[in-house]
Design a protein around this ligand. Structure first.
Ligand code: CP
Length: 313
């Protein structure tokens, strides 16, 4: 087993072999997730806590399902109803959750670096479920898994990431993961939403969407992060949609077999039209489904293979 980390804080620090091990392990996990009876005893006796300081539908619920299907006990800390509202600070909340018996804490937080602080504070395993504009490693892992499943190989793919690169943790984790596995990455979007010097990461920058997608194998559309933006980074949502929203007309400039991705939740009619989101080349629903398998793989590997070490039983 080449992936034996105690914490997953981001993809930047991972080796390509570690990412490949997670993707490989997600294959039998997907088979389990498609069974009529999904529950395994692999993580029986383990407790997985989701601690989300920001809203989530996909990530929180897929971690919960992944843990449950592997036989773990799960607890969701609803921050809005927790002692955080009485002034309890982040590290006290973390230590309290650990004292309750958590083996894993899955953290989403608006502040970049929070998972790192959590990993310094508690002895249990920590997984970053999105920290500010920093990283969202499990989203990138499920995106990579979806591409590998759909196209067979990631090495050599031409992937275009569209939109709010500046505020996107999904973009950063995807860039790290795709480059490590040998794909080429181009970012496109309004100049005000592309971080200056991003080429240093190894990506290309093309401000014109239609030029950027002309030879793309994959177009990954990002959500406009209205909650993380300061005002004035583009004139209006209508203007954004006109220049960078993926609609039928712009999509016709891409190769016919292009794969369309979106991490969700989508602002339909802004960064992507409903028609394009429902196009047979869009894998948005498959990304969600694969999120459970990838998170099962991660929990399994980070637990050291559970008590039995057997995944398929
Ligand atoms: N893609 C993603 O992180 O979605 P949620 O915010 O619903 O978890």
């Amino acid at each position: 087993m080449s992936f034996s980390r105690r914490h997953l804080l981001g993809l930047e620090a991972l080796e390509a072999e570690e990412i490949e091990e997670i993707l490989k392990t997600a294959v039998p996990c997907k088979e389990i997730a498609q069974r009529e009876v999904k529950k395994l005893p692999t993580l029986r006796g383990w407790t997985v806590v989701t601690l989300f300081y920001e809203p989530s539908t996909r990530t929180r619920n897929s971690f919960e399902l992944a843990a449950k299907w592997l036989g773990a006990d799960t607890v969701n800390v609803a921050v809005a109803n927790s002692s955080v509202q009485k002034g309890e600070n982040f590290t006290d909340t973390a230590k309290t959750i650990e004292a309750l018996g958590a083996d894993f804490i899955i953290l989403r937080h608006a502040v970049a670096g929070s998972p790192w602080l959590l990993a310094q504070t508690v002895n249990c395993r920590v997984i970053n479920a999105g920290d500010g504009a920093h990283e969202h490693p499990t989203q990138a892992l499920l995106d990579l898994f979806t591409l590998q499943e759909r196209l067979g190989v990631i090495k050599g793919l031409k992937v275009v990431i569209v939109g709010d690169i500046m505020h996107s943790r999904v973009a950063k984790s995807n860039i790290y993961g795709l480059l490590k596995l040998g794909a080429g990455v181009t970012v496109t979007g309004p100049p005000s939403l592309i971080p200056p010097g991003i080429e240093a990461l190894g990506v290309e920058v093309e401000y014109n969407l239609e030029k950027a997608i002309k030879n793309a194998d994959v177009v990954n559309i990002l959500r406009i992060q209205l909650e993380r933006q300061h005002k004035g980074l583009f004139p209006s949502l209508r203007e954004y949609a006109r220049l960078y929203g993926l609609d039928r007309e712009k999509l016709n400039k891409a190769p016919r077999e292009v794969v369309i991705m979106h991490p969700g939740p989508a602002n339909l009619g802004v960064e992507i039209t409903e028609e394009v989101a429902c196009d047979p080349r869009a894998v948005i629903t498959t990304q969600v489904t694969n999120g459970v398998a990838v998170r099962m793989a991660l929990l399994y590997l980070m637990s050291g293979g559970g008590k039995s070490g057997e995944l398929l039983s």
